[in-house]
Design a protein around this ligand. Sequence first.
Ligand code: SF4
Length: 321
Amino acid sequence: MTAVGTQDDISSNVRVKELVESIEELKKEMRAIILAHYYTVPEVQDVADIVGDSLALARAAESTDADVIVFAGVYFMGETASILNPDKLVLMPDDHAGCPLADSCPVEEFRKFKARHPGAEVISYINSTAEIKAESDIICTSSNAERIVRQIPEDKEIIFGPDRNLGGYVMRKLSREMILWQGYCYVHDAFSWDVIKETVDAHPGAELIAHPECREDLLRHADFVGSTSGLLNYAEKSSGNTFIVATEPGILYEMQKRSPGKTFIPAPKNASQPWSTCTQMKQNTLEKLHECMVKRAPRIVVEESLRRAALKPILRMLEMS
Ligand code: SF4
């Protein structure tokens, strides 16, 4: 028997189809490219030209010949695209979709922090504001942080911000001290081994895979630690069949698409810290994506002297990775 949807389901499917068709037409008319992060909702990922993590999307923003970049992600991502493409129109479905990790590092405080360690090389995670990027020597992502830190001479002090968990992970991997800004991502920091252990015990043979923005107590127990794209590639290539995934669960959509025969279990959260998804990424709805293309707004523009200062460490990252 064929399942029949409710009237609401049918209307909503029709609406999605209309929006997708209109977005496709607007894309051609505007010579636009849509970039979407893996943490956005599936229907936005489906309509995007490129779905990726921060590094892949920064590279796509740098190399595109489209006239318009529509960035479905959080604010620092649209800002990075605009820094790389001052002559292009950069649009975001919702310019209020901020990243609390990036916002946990106010520039005035960061300048004081830097002043306490004169001469240190400043490496900032791409999840930072344009002002913080402008205060940095090199930008990194979770895919290339280790590679970039390795290239800094051993006798040089390193300031790493704003994510203390990613910084701590790189420190342990390379047995190298760094001075860490104490920011964190509320989505990843909320995972803990105490809570996940039960799920691991209930699925013997499953592999626990985790993003390096998670806390050390969890990372120590993970079978694999990697960036968003690292986790995707690992799950695809591994001979394992079941994975407990400790990162933002939006990634499961792409994991399941790439490996339809495998089982992916989102790692559970603590009842007192139940934030399982990045609510900011989910602000990028299909309706808002459509609307920003129709209205050509909100537009992301970075003031020119700030843009030039923030560009330098991003280009250094692209050269070094
Ligand atoms: S998942 Fe965390 S780091 Fe990524 S955008 Fe959301 S709050 Fe920021």
